[in-house]
Ligand binder design. Structure first.
Ligand code: PLP
Length: 392
C-alpha cells in the first residue's frame, strides 16, 4: 500500500485483486486480438476468452449469458437502462418512479430525462432508509413505464425489499430496474436477478478493474429492443457499440468468480468485523447509527457524531484513515449526504457523519486501530466546540 493509512472506503472502490491482474495480463500483449476479427486466430482466441468470461459470470449470477451486456461501469449501465427504457416505451407512458436515496448516477440521469419531457416521481425513504410499499403503490400509475430502486445503498448499506417491490411494480405492468452495484459479492444476488427486469454491476467494486461494468437484461435472448447509448460497429447484439474490452472482461469474470468462491466465509468474517467496528464507534458518547434496517450490507457502517464538524473530522482523519462522508462520486459536494437527508436526518447531524466500509484486506487489528483513531479525533473536535461544553 502506497499510503501509511488504513483503508476503510471499500464502497468507493476496491483494490484490484492480484489474481485478477494476473488473469488480465496475457490479454494486453500476447492474446491481444479483437473479438470481432472473425478471419484469423487472434480474433477467434479473443472471442473465446470473452465467451468463457461471460459463461463464468453467468454461472455465478445464475443468469443466461445472453442477459449480460458489457459497459464501462455502473454509471454507463444506469444511463443505458434508464434512457433506453424511456426512449423505448415513451409511446406507452412518460412516468418513471425512483427514490430520493439513489446513487447520483440514477438521480442525475433522471434529471436529464426530466429535461427530455419525462415525469419522475422521487419517493421519500423512511427513517430506517427503506421505501414505503404503500407510498410506492400510491405513486404507480397506468403510464408508469419504469421503477428504479437501489438494492443496497452505497452510503448506509440498507437493503430494499425487492421481492415485494417487484410484485407491486409488475402488477402495475411497469418494468423494474435495480442498481445492484454494491450488493455483488457482499449479499446473495441471484434471487434478486430473477425478480427484476434490469440490474447493473461494476468491476471496481468487487476487486476487479475500473472501467468495466455490466447491464443485466432479463429477457435478452434475441435482444430486448433497448436502444443503444453508443452506436458503431454493431458489437454486443448492437446493444453497445465499440471494440469489446477483452482484458477487462476477463478481469471482471475472475473478480466475480473469486467473490463467489469466498462468499460465505468472507461474508461471515466481514460481518463480525463490521459489528465490532460499529459497536466500538457507538461507545463514543452520543454516537448514532444511520444503518438501522436489519437487512443491510455486511461491510458498511454509517455513524453520526453530534457536536462534531464533519468536514474538520474528515480532514483530521485523512492522515491516518481513509473514510468518507457519503458517496465518493459526490465527494466534491459541500452539501450533506442526500441519502441521510432523504431519511429525515437533521442537517447538522448529517454533516457530522462518517461512512466506513471494510473489505477483503481489512483485519481485526485495523478495526481496533480505526476505533481508537476515530474516538480520539471525535473527542479532540468536541474539545474545540463550545456547544459541546454547554450541551447540558
Ligand atoms: N451505483 C452505486 C450504488 C454505486 O455505489 C456506484 C459507485 O459509487 C455507482 C452506481 C457508479 O459506479 P461506477 O463507478 O462503476 O460508474
Amino acid at each position: 500500500m502506497k499510503y501509511a493509512q488504513l483503508y476503510f472506503d471499500y464502497n468507493a472502490t476496491t483494490p484490484c485483486a492480484k489474481e485478477v491482474v494476473d488473469a488480465m495480463l496475457p490479454h494486453f500483449h500476447e492474446d491481444f486480438g479483437n473479438p470481432s476479427s472473425s478471419h484469423h486466430p487472434y480474433g477467434w482466441l479473443a472471442k473465446r476468452s470473452v465467451e468463457d468470461a461471460t459463461a463464468s459470470i453467468a454461472k455465478s449470477l445464475e443468469v443466461a449469458p445472453s442477459s449480460l451486456v458489457y459497459t464501462s461501469g455502473a454509471t454507463e449501465s444506469i444511463n443505458m437502462v434508464l434512457k433506453g427504457v424511456a426512449r423505448k416505451l415513451q409511446s406507452k407512458g412518460k412516468h418513471i418512479i425512483t427514490t430520493k436515496a439513489e446513487h447520483k448516477a440514477v438521480l442525475d440521469t433522471c434529471i436529464f430525462l426530466e429535461e427530455e419531457g419525462f415525469e419522475i416521481s422521487y419517493l421519500d425513504v423512511e427513517s430506517d432508509g427503506l421505501i414505503s410499499l404503500e407510498k410506492l403503490n400510491k405513486t404507480l400509475r397506468p403510464d408508469t413505464i419504469l421503477v428504479s430502486i437501489l438494492f443496497a445503498n452505497n452510503e448506509t448499506g440498507v437493503i430494499q425489499p425487492l421481492d415485494d417491490i417487484a410484485g407491486k411494480v409488475h402488477a402495475n405492468g411497469s418494468l423494474l430496474f435495480s442498481d445492484t452495484t454494491q450488493a455483488l459479492g457482499k449479499v446473495a444476488i441471484s434471487e434478486v436477478l430473477k425478480k427484476v427486469d434490469y440490474a447493473c454491476f461494476s468491476g471496481h467494486k468487487v476487486y476487479g478493474p475500473k472501467g468495466i461494468g455490466l447491464v443485466y437484461i432479463k429477457n435478452n435472448e434475441d435482444g430486448d429492443g433497448l436502444p443503444s447509448l453508443i452506436q458503431g460497429g454493431g458489437q454486443q447484439k448492437r446493444q453497445r457499440g465499440g471494440t469489446i474490452n477483452t482484458p477487462l472482461i476477463v478481469g471482471l469474470a475472475k473478480a466475480i468468480a473469486l467473490a463467489f468462491e469466498q462468499f460465505d466465509d468472507e461474508k461471515n468474517r466481514i460481518e463480525k468485523l463490521r459489528n465490532k467496528l460499529e459497536a466500538g464507534l457507538l461507545q463514543i458518547e452520543m454516537a448514532l447509527s444511520n444503518s438501522k434496517s436489519p437487512k443491510r450490507l455486511p461491510n458498511t457502517v454509517h455513524i453520526s457524531f453530534p457536536y462534531v464538524d464533519g468536514a474538520n473530522l474528515l480532514i483530521a482523519l485523512s492522515a491516518q484513515i481513509a473514510v468518507s462522508n457519503g458517496s465518493a462520486c459526490n465527494s466534491a459536494s459541500v452539501e450533506p449526504s442526500h441519502v441521510l437527508m432523504a431519511m429525515g436526518v437533521e442537517r447538522t447531524l448529517a454533516y457530522a457523519s462518517l461512512r466506513l466500509s471494510i473489505g477483503r484486506y481489512t483485519t481485526d487489528a485495523d478495526i481496533e486501530k480505526a476505533i481508537a483513531i476515530i474516538s480520539e479525533e471525535v473527542s479532540k473536535q468536541r474539545e474545540n466546540n463550545i456547544l459541546w461544553e454547554r450541551r447540558g
